[in-house]
Design a protein around this ligand. Structure first.
Ligand code: SAH
Length: 250
């Protein structure tokens, strides 16, 4: 009698433990995994991939923002475990979210000020826009793939990046109605600096853009001053190509 009672209670206890375990699992499905482990990985990303002397990102504001933006929220759920790895990752539609170091490098070199208005060409996941959002007063970002544009817009809204204005279209043409910009950041590789982007840069403004050369791509820093435009190669890179719509190809 006593033994069967004991068996009965241990059976019931087992059921309760399993139910409680399932409740915890249900509360944190993969998409809403708890933030804590990601925060640790993000802090390590900043230290090892960005601030380390071999990498040399020094701007405290850039390091701070990248220590806070939840990169795992901008990658597909299946890639989340690698969200803070030292690499670009696929985001669907044959496109990628850039390597964290490249995001930091491009952001730092623009020498952004809190009052800057920035244009990004190639929204992709929206991650770079989120980083810019924490550093400047207003971000405009254009994406040519409508599905990516819609997803990034929804993600940025959900995460509270209210100063980012997402547009769908061909960024080769820039955004004349919102120009001029203090800074322009292009995240897809072009054959030349698109003339509309050059025109939409403020005097004193800076643009960072990957350009195709014979064998690969180089990141160029484009500066505009009273004398005109100067172009300086700063880093060999690999970005997805800039696509063109019928309108801007003409
Ligand atoms: N900044 C992005 C990286 C995206 S990869 C991020 O943080 O995730 C580059 C993006 O540029 C791709 O999404 C691609 O669809 C987009 N793109 C390519 N050509 C474009 C164009 N002409 N205008 C706007 N976006 C373009």
């Amino acid at each position: 009698m006593k033994v069967s009672l004991l068996l009965f209670f241990s059976f019931v206890a087992g059921l309760l433990v399993r139910a409680a375990g399932q409740m915890i699992i249900n509360r944190y499905p993969v998409e809403e995994a708890p933030e804590a482990p990601f925060a640790v990985e993000r802090a390590r990303m900043v230290e090892v991939q960005l601030a380390a002397p071999s990498r040399g990102i020094r701007d405290k504001r850039v390091l701070h923002v990248m220590g806070n933006v939840p990169r795992h929220e901008f990658v597909p759920p299946a890639r989340r475990a690698r969200a803070y790895s030292d690499s670009a990752l696929p985001i669907g539609y044959n496109q990628t979210i850039s390597q964290p170091y490249i995001v930091a490098f491009m952001t730092e070199i623009l020498e952004l000020k809190p009052e800057s208005r920035v244009l990004e060409v190639g929204t992709g996941s929206g991650y770079q826009s989120a980083v810019l959002s924490g550093l400047v007063s207003k971000v405009f970002t254009i994406e040519i793939v409508p599905e990516l544009a819609a997803r990034a817009k929804a993600d940025l809204q959900r995460l509270g990046y209210t100063n980012v204005d997402c547009r769908t279209g061909d960024g080769f043409a820039g955004l004349p109605e919102e120009a001029p910009f203090d800074a322009i950041l292009v995240t897809c590789a072009a054959d030349q600096v698109p003339p509309p982007l050059e025109a939409q840069l403020k005097p004193g403004g800076r643009m960072i853009i990957p350009l195709n050369d014979g064998s690969g791509q180089t990141l160029f820093l484009v500066c505009k001053d009273d004398l005109g435009i100067s172009k300086k190669p700063v880093l060999p890179v690999r970005f997805v190509p800039m696509r063109r719509s019928k309108q801007t190809e003409r």
